[in-house]
Design a protein around this ligand. Sequence first.
Ligand code: TXA
Ligand code: MG
Length: 303
Amino acid sequence: MKIIESTPENLERAGEVIRNGGLVVMPTETVYGLAADALDAKAVEKIYAAKGRPASNPLIVHVADWGTVEEIAYPTDLAKRLADKFWPGPLTLVLAKKPVVPKETTAGLDSVAVRMPAHPVAQGLIKAAGRPLAAPSANAFTRLSPTRAEDVGDLLGVELILQGGPCEVGIESTVVDCRREEPIVLRPGQISLEQLQAVVPTTRSGAASEKVRAPGHHSRHYAPRTTIRMALRIGSEETGLTFQSPQNSRQIQMPVDPAGYAAELYHALHALDEVGAEYLVVEEPPREPGWDAIWDRLTRATS
Ligand code: TXA
Ligand code: MG
């Protein structure tokens, strides 16, 4: 792996890689992303090749200022209200796209997903490159998203991995389609439906309806290589995630609050994936509001 410290010099170097059409792994506050120039179709094609990602799965474009949003998309008033409240941060807004965004970036859709990440290294890379950055999570297709630079696996054609420490949020951003008066949550994340409704009361969840599910949001996703199942309690000899004191060295005790749990989840599963267990057990988290995004990821990981 080519992990480098995110010094100003290295950010300049990484920005040049992006301008030359190359791939850089960057930290964000949610998960590490595999970044390329979002407006360069050839560069974006390298992302799909590196991940083995189907061409039907659109990418999120990362920006460092509102002006860039207006250059690449047609923001609605309510999108602006959500951005004012939650950006920079773990919220992605789906907007009608402008022609400058190549079809490779949006998988042929006439919409584009935009996010302003809060992580200073992500912001630094966007500024150093001087380009909006298309960046999916830096994992092979259907595998676990990395939340540590060390968890980024081998990805074809990646020139650099920027060190940014552990991701604070730990699960992917909330994705909201903002093109109509009723914003629709396409992917749950740390920013909850209730928080969105406090800003735009007409916001609703899209999870119940297949039709409005996010494209590329496959039911089997976010999975370790080892088979994984859910249980109320983990057995004393089993390997997995627990809320109790661990009963053996292959059990990891998870935080009992959803934010703490999310921050640890992928790294814990990455670690347990290495122990060579026959299967992993994840104890069911509470069925309470605040745990929706965690349930979403665990359901996909175990499907
Ligand atoms: O937190 C995150 O969002 C991370 C970091 C790196 O920013 N990125 C991320 O990207 O999770 P990715 O590629 O793993 O997920 C992108 C998802 C797509 O699978 C799709 O569900 C949704 O975002 N998406 C992207 N463009 C869309 C569009 N035009 N319309 C609807 N959904 C879209
Ligand atoms: Mg992903």
